[in-house]
Design a protein around this ligand. Structure first.
Ligand code: B12
Length: 211
């Protein structure tokens, strides 16, 4: 039988085919989807983060791991999404201007979708104006912003200020996240919520919408 350790290793190896096979096998064996995500897929990505930080892994390999992770996540989340009908709420999500990191943002989007939210993903390197346009177009309940760089997290405040200047700040709840983000920072810039990971982001959205 496939193991969670093998799955983590396949993510680390950037071996998408293997990740898909192992994920399917674990799902077929009835392993808890949360364990497949946290102890398999994300455990592998954590290791990638460590090696990248120590210059033992480089951009092309990191991107292969990210693709492999996404393939596995899609399988698990697609399965848990079945049978859902009315959306619990609408979320517009994006990574702020200047920042290309989208893995965490994608995970948050996928987890929200699989928990019944309608998600409009604006992608990465999203300017404040684009968030404003999306709020006007989709009329979401929540705007989610992600940032992974200390140099781009300031653009979360820029975006909140721009939403206010455009007269739409009070129409939405704003939530933020990403490795350098803290609750303190969220309070400082006037965000409505922060969460450290994708699972608690779902809880946060539910709480903010009273669902
Ligand atoms: C993968 C990666 C990359 C990839 C990104 C690929 C992609 N498509 O995303 C590539 C190789 C392109 C890259 C490039 C760079 N990177 Co980089 N990268 C990483 C790495 C290794 C992993 C990030 C990641 O995906 N983690 C996995 C996900 C699942 O975790 P996460 O993003 O934190 O998301 C979770 C939570 O934070 C939260 N969350 C995230 N977003 C949101 C949003 C909301 C609304 C909520 C509620 C929650 C939430 O939920 C998520 C899921 O649980 C980190 C190291 C690290 N340990 O963080 C460095 C890191 C972020 N990168 C770093 C740097 C410096 C760079 C570069 C500047 C390198 C360079 N010199 O070119 C460039 C910048 C490019 C740019 N303009 O954005 C630094 C940042 C340092 C800093 N403090 O600013 C880090 C910390 C590495 C390091 N220690 O030096 N990087």
């Amino acid at each position: 039988m496939a193991t969670l350790e093998e799955l983590a290793q396949a993510v680390l190896d950037g071996d998408e085919t293997q990740v898909v096979e192992l994920t399917k096998s674990l799902m077929d064996s009835g392993v808890d989807p949360q364990d497949i995500i946290n102890k398999g897929l994300l455990a592998g990505m954590d290791k990638v983060g460590e090696l990248f930080k120590n210059n033992e892994m480089f951009v092309p390999e990191v991107l292969m791991s990210a693709d492999a992770l996404k393939a596995g996540m899609n399988l698990v989340l697609k399965d848990s999404k079945q049978g859902q009908v009315t959306p619990k709420g609408t979320v517009v999500i994006g990574t702020v201007e200047g920042d290309l990191h989208d893995i965490g943002k994608n995970l948050v989007g996928m987890m929200l979708e699989s928990n019944g939210f309608k998600v409009h993903d604006l992608g990465a390197d999203v300017k404040a104006e684009k968030f404003i346009e999306a709020v006007k177009e989709y009329q979401p309940d929540i705007v989610g912003m992600s940032a992974l760089l200390t140099t781009t997290m300031v653009n979360m405040k820029t975006t909140i200020d721009a939403l206010a200047a455009a007269g739409v700040r009070d129409k939405v709840k704003v939530i933020i996240g990403g490795a350098p983000i803290t609750q303190k920072f969220a309070d400082e810039i006037g965000a409505d919520g922060y969460s450290p990971d994708a699972a608690s982001a779902v809880e946060l959205c539910r709480r903010l919408l009273g669902k």
